[in-house]
Design a protein around this ligand. Structure first.
Ligand code: AMP
Length: 279
């Protein structure tokens, strides 16, 4: 595995691979890697000849007061995980490499960015899109793997790639969960004791909502209320939103069908958690 810190080195490796007729896979991450991240690398490795994982805690996507300075990091463990997953190139750029001067260009995807996470974190998706656009330009023509864990992000990045004609095929990968249902997340490290137990309420609430929908409940408000009530019954969880939306546009729907996605966000002690499920 080649561990590189500059854009030029990353490009050189991937350009050489493509010159040899090889397909490139890209897995952007913020590090502190867990099995969810590894599943993206495994999917990329199954489809592509050369996989580049990036680890970059992108300051642009954190608002003031969020956990940028506390965001967990463990480069040694991350490096081992990437090597074990068959990654060819690990790009770990310092902030000065990505943003040598204050960035003046912002990539913003309208509509689909506004609600849900966008409402709670108004500058977040512009930061995500700007760095992902940069990473797409660094990687060049490739397949890029993103987790369904961040469902809204996946829709936004797919739309950005298509709107701006990036030579990138965005591939979504299923959510990897802990045995008790909690969606894996680097931020789960913030959860201890009772908060860790309480965190299972998100997947449980979504499960109840999805079960109702699969049993024939078509009223989106009824399904939404089931999720809201379950999270509301957990004293250590503070609901941010429970939403029943069109899976692609993220617009609220009145009735549930196969294109509906259920999403939830809640604060559980020190961690803000998100989760979602299809019906
Ligand atoms: P992050 O490091 O949190 O920015 O995540 C990097 C990528 O890993 C994103 O595409 C996430 O959606 C994906 N990811 C994070 N957690 C999971 C999970 N539990 N299952 C699948 N993908 C995940």
């Amino acid at each position: 595995m080649n561990i590189v810190s500059t854009i030029a080195e990353a490009r050189a490796h991937l350009d050489a691979a493509r010159a040899n007729g090889q397909q490139v896979g890209l897995v952007p991450t913020m590090g502190f890697l867990h099995d969810g991240h590894v599943s993206l690398m495994t999917a990329a490795g199954a489809d592509c000849d050369v996989v580049m994982t990036t680890i970059f805690v992108n300051p642009l996507q954190f608002a003031a007061g969020e956990d940028l300075s506390d965001y967990p990091r463990d480069l040694e463990s991350d490096t081992q995980r990437c090597a074990a997953a068959g990654v060819s190139v690990l790009l770990v750029p310092p902030v000065e490499e990505m943003y040598p001067e204050p960035i003046l260009t912002v990539v913003q995807v309208d509509e689909v960015s506004k609600a849900l996470e966008g409402a709670s974190r108004p500058t977040h998706f512009a930061g995500v899109c700007t760095v992902v656009a940069k990473l797409f330009n660094i990687a060049g023509p490739c397949r890029a793997y993103f987790g369904e864990k961040d469902w809204q992000q996946l829709q936004i990045v797919s739309r950005m790639a298509s709107d701006l004609s990036f030579p990138v095929e965005v591939v979504g990968c299923p959510i990897v969960r802990e045995p008790d249902g909690l969606a894996m997340s680097s931020r789960n490290v913030y959860l201890e004791g009772p908060h860790r137990d309480a965190a299972t309420v998100l997947s449980r609430a979504l499960g109840l909502g999805a079960e109702a929908a699969r049993s024939g409940e078509t009223d989106a408000e009824v399904v939404r209320a089931i999720i809201e009530a379950e999270v509301g019954a957990e004293p250590l969880a503070e609901l941010d939103y429970a939403a029943v939306v069109d899976a692609r546009t993220l617009a609220p729907v009145a009735s549930v069908d196969a294109n509906t996605r259920l999403l939830v966000a809640a604060q559980v002690g020190p961690a803000r958690l998100i989760d979602n499920v299809g019906v």
